[in-house]
Design a protein around this ligand. Structure first.
Ligand code: CS2
Length: 476
């Protein structure tokens, strides 16, 4: 990354404190993990010691590595509260690898027996699964590639090939710690890893099933993508140029199923991580109440011309819509022990309104085909079965369908980012009326299980007719 005009030449550097040994390889080194998991790991080491240094792996581009390398992998974590900000230096990263440049180096890092945990934030689509079934999609081009060669491209491919190396060396497997917003994420990643291993070598699959561990997690901290303006502003404030800071809200919550290989893990409990026997209730609450409303607000907010979630929530019609959504979702959520779901919803509302967090509706709208099932459709299908009407959630589904049509309410193009974008756009273009569009999009079986699609036809079409004729703001 080149120095931008106006930035101080004074580059952030790493301190000279001794470095810990490496105990974690993290796949998918985005802003979220650096603002969340990495910070917890650093705090746990500061509190209780241990060699839990992290090697970060970018599965796609060299951008983060190139930004962090000149600063010795150190970066600033900026906490944005409504009434001011706090900065902290994070030095837990020990190296960053770029998988497409050198997949063998990534496998070697993962095969090192000193590494006890491989954690992941690879986004929903990174698991190469079918969103409607949760099973590995064997036709995925990266899976096909990873079956044909031992130097992988996909996250499941790296996990399976690295586990094979450890087994061949007589070492223990690592714990696979997924930190993506997927339901029963531990079970899901276990399923795709075992599906892929079985296609490569059934005895490897048996070994992984018997010895590896896949704890489920619930992760939560709102962390918008860092922008060039954020970088310039931080440099102006601190007098030092950090090319890769992370900006996030004060709130954070990590709930982890306490199931690690040889019970070996950082002292997470000492720094506020909830180590529990079963994460499911937390996961459902968070995916449905936070991510579900986030996606609904993102599609409708974007269509209504709002750039961020905070801007959207500043519009009173949208704030009321959010309340309506929570009243539809809460009956479909079993509260984790000791949690009051109305208090949880009120806290979400305050977090969304934080004006210091500029979380773009466009960013959250990304990859909707991979997000809708666990965020909105599960709730909808339970509400339908229980005879509870869900007009707000049906409007959210209609808004996603309008959004993937690729044209906003003012007739301007939308840059739709989604693995199914081309197909969704073609389906939308081929249909003439809202009713036809709804029918052909409901037939996309990766997103809508057929039994649910049949029940959603009428209520989503009603919502869509309103949305297309009145626009997002007026259909709330
Ligand atoms: C958001 C999440 O981008 C999105 O889809 O809904 O990343 C959300 O900000 C986090 O899950 C909050 O923990």
């Amino acid at each position: 990354m080149s120095m931008e005009a106006g930035l101080p030449a004074n580059r952030l550097t790493r301190s000279t404190t001794p470095r810990p040994g490496v105990g974690i390889v993290h796949l998918g080194l985005g802003a979220f993990y650096r603002a969340f998991g990495a910070v917890y790991v650093a705090e746990a080491m500061a509190h209780s010691g241990g060699d839990w240094g992290i090697i970060g792996v970018s599965l796609q581009s060299p951008t983060t590595r190139d930004a962090l390398a000149p600063q010795g992998w150190a970066y600033t974590s900026v906490t944005l509260a409504p009434n001011g900000q706090k900065t902290a230096l994070t030095e837990v990263l020990q190296d960053v690898l770029v998988a497409p440049e050198n997949p063998a180096a990534v496998l070697a890092a993962m095969a090192d027996p000193a590494v006890k945990i491989v954690s992941l934030t690879v986004t929903e689509k990174g698991y190469c699964h079918n969103p409607a079934t949760g099973r590995l999609n064997p036709d995925h081009p990266d899976v096909q590639h990873d079956l044909a060669t031992p130097l992988p491209r996909s996250a499941p491919g790296f996990l399976v090939r690295a586990l094979a190396l450890r087994r061949a060396a007589g070492a223990d497997p690592f714990t696979i710690l997924t930190c993506d917003n997927l339901p029963e994420n531990g079970k899901l990643v276990r399923g795709v890893v075992l599906d892929l291993a079985r296609l490569i070598d059934p005895s490897l699959a048996d070994w992984i099933a018997a010895h590896a561990r896949f704890p489920a997690t619930m992760v939560d901290r709102i962390t918008p993508a860092t922008t060039p303006e954020n970088i310039a502003q931080l440099a102006a404030q601190t007098g030092r140029h950090d090319a890769a800071p992370v900006l996030h809200e004060p709130f954070r919550q990590w709930v982890i199923e306490d199931d690690f290989v040889n019970n070996t893990r950082p002292d997470f409990a000492a720094v506020g991580v909830q180590m529990v026997g079963d994460v499911t209730a937390y996961e459902h609450m968070k995916l449905r109440m936070l991510n579900g409303t986030h996606s609904a607000l993102a599609y409708l907010g974007y269509l209504a011309g709002h750039e961020t979630i905070a801007d959207t929530m500043a519009n009173s019609a949208f704030a009321a819509y959010a309340d309506q959504l929570w009243s539809e979702i809460i009956p479909a959520v079993t509260a984790p022990a000791g949690v009051d779901l109305h208090v949880y919803a009120a806290a979400l509302k305050a977090r969304y309104a934080n004006p210091a967090i500029r979380h773009r509706t466009w960013q959250i709208a990304m990859d909707g085909s991979q997000k809708l099932p666990q965020r909105i459709l599960g709730t909808l299908s339970e509400n339908l079965a229980a005879g509870r009407p869900s007009p707000g959630l049906c409007l959210a589904v209609a808004a996603w369908m309008r959004y993937v049509g690729g044209v906003d309410e003012a007739g301007n193009p939308i840059e739709v980012k989604d693995p199914l974008a081309t197909r969704l756009r073609a389906l939308s273009d081929a249909a003439r009326t809202p009713a036809e569009k709804i029918a052909s999009l409901l037939a996309v079986a990766e997103v809508f299980p057929p039994a649910l699609a049949a029940k959603l036809g009428d209520p989503v079409t009603q919502a869509a007719e309103k949305l297309w004729s009145l626009g997002a703001q007026a259909s709330l």
